[in-house]
Design a protein around this ligand. Structure first.
Ligand SMILES: Cc1cc2nc3c(=O)[nH]c(=O)nc-3n(C[C@H](O)[C@H](O)[C@H](O)COP(=O)(O)OP(=O)(O)OC[C@H]3O[C@@H](n4cnc5c(N)ncnc54)[C@H](O)[C@@H]3O)c2cc1C
Length: 494
């Protein structure tokens, strides 16, 4: 397996059918989606299921195999069981689920291996059955290939190699559109900007790009064939599969750093957060030399030799250095006329420690497709506004939770006598995990409609119970941390 292969759409996609999917009646509404990442492809599937006409454009000439692993919320997998059975079966097949263990940055074990905290072990599906859904950890290229296979089976047009340079809307004609690099303009009833962190839609939606602050933190990340790693016997013996075949995600933390090691049956993956140099490169393709990593590990007191050996097994040009840029929560995701709407990373970004970027993009997709269905072709602007209102506070709370996880991982407190007791474990609360984006949308669309028209109060129910949303900025949080103040948010985040 080379690090970057091209996925051939005719040769490499899994055989997945959509025969068992129940489609809603046609709405006559046309959706143009920009970006064939996780957010864009899920939006394409969900919009099609809800009866909308769909078309996707993507700048990459072919599906990208760059990237490594991400987590997918169990609520999304439950949604697949309910609505996309072949996709659910494929996720079961390609899932890299396992246990989790916590360590000091010196490698000393603090806790685990233990199950990842994901709420109740079973989830109730729409047919009333109870299904055990484990923690889902996926290799991004395979997960994207599964989504693409479903998109392909539905005959949805995905135009690769099509770069969007601008967005526009014309409220009088009730149309929105995109401008391609070639100068061509394409229109639809609604345009969905799923083009990630560098979205070209911000000019129209927010009058300019969202300010991204350098967080001062970068993350080295890589994944490569496991044979390369275990050819070093010390590495092989230190990171075996548990009970012969169970992977374990190790999180090491301390000195404002964290190191993640994920050894799977066929892939080795490691990530390391470190102090950034402010270059602010957010790219899945820009690589750095291994010596850059070793320069840093050589300064960590007690960093074990076996971990450095693992790093040295990484193939040349295999490590990317992603500078984590902070973007404050932005309440507005739609254009003034309501016909261009941002989903996924283009609307909101996450820290890697939140484990939620892909999940939230997919919740957006489900929510938006449902709002557009309820509103219908003649109510696109209000439907997108309602979607935005239903999603914003929840997403912002998930972002906050990612920040808290990051703090815990980089500076674990393992002293049981400390004020908070030991605190180093990631937290994925029930409010986050046990959530059905589609049901929530159907249940609360009318309430938000009433709120927007009559000013009746609306209180989000998809955020931690007892928490009243308050706007926040990254700078405020970082300043508090800097001053040694405790971060506390009322309500039940468990
Ligand atoms: C190649 C790649 C690898 C990744 N690997 C990881 C990983 O290993 N771990 C992890 O946690 N997250 C990874 N991510 C990010 C993760 O997929 C997202 O944070 C999350 O899934 C939300 O997805 P999204 O669809 O909103 O954004 P993205 O996944 O970033 O998708 C955006 C899509 O829009 C396309 N696009 C961008 N600009 C334009 C344009 N002007 N015109 C047309 N198309 C455009 C991009 O090529 C991309 O396909 C990766 C993203 C990419 C693009």
């Amino acid at each position: 397996m080379s690090l970057h292969q091209v996925i051939d759409l005719d040769r490499d996609l899994p055989e997945l059918s959509t025969k068992e999917v129940n489609f809603h009646p046609p709405t006559g509404l046309s959706c143009l989606i920009v970006g064939a990442g996780v957010g864009g492809l899920t939006t394409a599937l969900e919009c099609r299921r809800k009866g909308h006409r769909v078309r996707v454009v993507e700048k990459s000439p072919a599906p990208s195999t760059a990237g490594d692993f991400f987590s997918i919320g169990r609520n999304i997998i439950a949604h697949f069981y309910n609505h996309w059975p072949d996709l659910a079966a494929e996720c079961e097949r390609i899932n890299y689920s396992g246990l989790i263990a916590y360590h000091k940055i010196t490698g000393e074990r603090l806790s685990g291996p233990e199950p990842v905290p994901i709420g109740e072990p079973t989830m109730t599906l729409n047919d009333g059955s109870e299904r055990i859904i484990p923690f889902n950890r996926h290799h991004r290229p395979r997960f994207v290939a599964a989504l693409l296979a479903q998109v392909k089976d539905l005959g949805i047009d995905v135009a690769f190699g099509t770069k969007v340079t601008d967005y526009f809307e014309d409220s009088d004609r009730q149309r929105a559109g995109i401008v391609l690099e070639s100068g061509e303009r394409i229109e639809a009833d609604v345009v969905i900007a799923a083009d990630g962190i560098g979205t070209k839609s911000n000019k129209l939606v927010n009058g300019g790009d969202t300010r991204a602050y350098s967080s001062g933190i970068s993350i080295f990340r890589t994944s490569f064939p496991v044979e390369l790693a275990i050819s070093d016997h010390e590495v092989r013996d230190r990171w075996p599969l548990l009970d012969g075949d169970l992977p374990c995600l190790e999180i090491w933390g301390g000195d404002n750093m964290s190191f993640f090691v994920q050894r799977y049956s066929d892939i080795m993956c490691w990530l390391m957060t470190h102090k950034g140099d402010g270059r602010g490169i957010e790219s899945w393709n820009q690589t750095v030399d291994m010596s850059e990593v070793l320069k840093i590990t050589s300064k960590i007191r007690g960093f074990p030799e076996v971990a450095e050996r693992l790093i040295k097994t990484t193939p040349k040009d295999g490590i990317i250095d992603w500078e984590i840029m902070w973007r404050d929560p932005r309440e507005n995701w739609i254009s003034p006329g309501g016909r261009v709407v941002q989903v996924g990373d283009s609307a909101h970004t996450f820290l890697p420690s939140s484990g939620s970027g892909a999940t939230q993009a997919m919740e957006d997709a489900i929510s938006l497709a449902t709002c557009l269905q309820i509103g219908g072709k003649s109510n696109v602007p209000i439907a997108t506004k309602i979607h935005n209102k239903l999603r914003f506070e929840r997403v912002s709370c998930v972002q906050l939770s990612g920040f808290m996880n990051h703090q815990k991982q980089s500076n674990p407190v393992d002293d049981a006598d400390s004020e908070d007791g030991p605190s180093f474990k990631i937290s994925l609360g029930n409010w986050m995990v046990m959530y059905d984006s589609e049901k929530y949308t159907y249940a609360h669309y009318g309430e938000v409609l009433n709120h927007l028209f009559s000013g009746a109060p609306f209180r989000a129910k998809n955020i931690p119970r007892g928490y009243t949303y308050k706007p926040w900025t990254i700078k405020e949080l970082l300043d508090k941390v800097e001053r040694g103040e405790k971060l506390y948010f009322e309500g039940d985040w468990s």
